[in-house]
Design a protein around this ligand. Structure first.
Ligand code: CU
Length: 143
């Protein structure tokens, strides 16, 4: 009887571990942290992005079309280099900038509604790229 109870417990623990494993597995993609850019009095919309290993915060930025953007970028302290890249010439958004500890500013004006990915393309040797590790996000340009 005691042995049977033990077996039940062991089975229970294994089941829980399996479930936890599945939950963790689904948790791989970074949670979305969205930010609606603030349109300042000077008709600029301002947003900030912080990059780190391996994330951008926020990773979804909502911008209004045809209003100039001032995007302040910086990275968390650390020796791992990061950058931020957008290649959306159809929307007037093209940049490839290193992220420094001190904030730097990127200026552009989104000219087309749509979703445009941004990411870090750094990669160490044969390891996954930072983008693959979760360093990506989206600029969402809306009316
Ligand atoms: Cu990176």
């Amino acid at each position: 009887m005691k042995f049977r109870n033990l077996m039940f417990s062991v089975t229970g623990i294994l089941l829980l571990t399996a479930i936890a494993g599945i939950v963790n597995g689904e948790d791989q993609s970074a949670p979305t942290k969205a930010f609606q850019a603030i349109v300042a009095a000077d008709s600029l919309q301002k947003a900030e992005i912080v990059g780190g290993s391996y994330f951008f915060t926020p990773n979804r930025i909502i911008l209004k079309v045809n209003i100039p953007v001032e995007l302040k970028i910086r990275k968390e302290p650390g020796i791992v280099p990061h950058n931020i890249i957008v290649s959306a010439p159809e929307a007037g958004i093209v940049f490839d900038a290193p992220m420094e500890n001190e904030a730097t500013v990127i200026r552009f004006t989104p000219t087309k509604v749509g979703s445009y990915p941004f990411y870090c393309n750094k990669k160490l040797l044969f390891f996954q790229s930072h983008r693959e590790k979760g360093m990506e996000g989206v600029l969402e340009v809306v009316e």
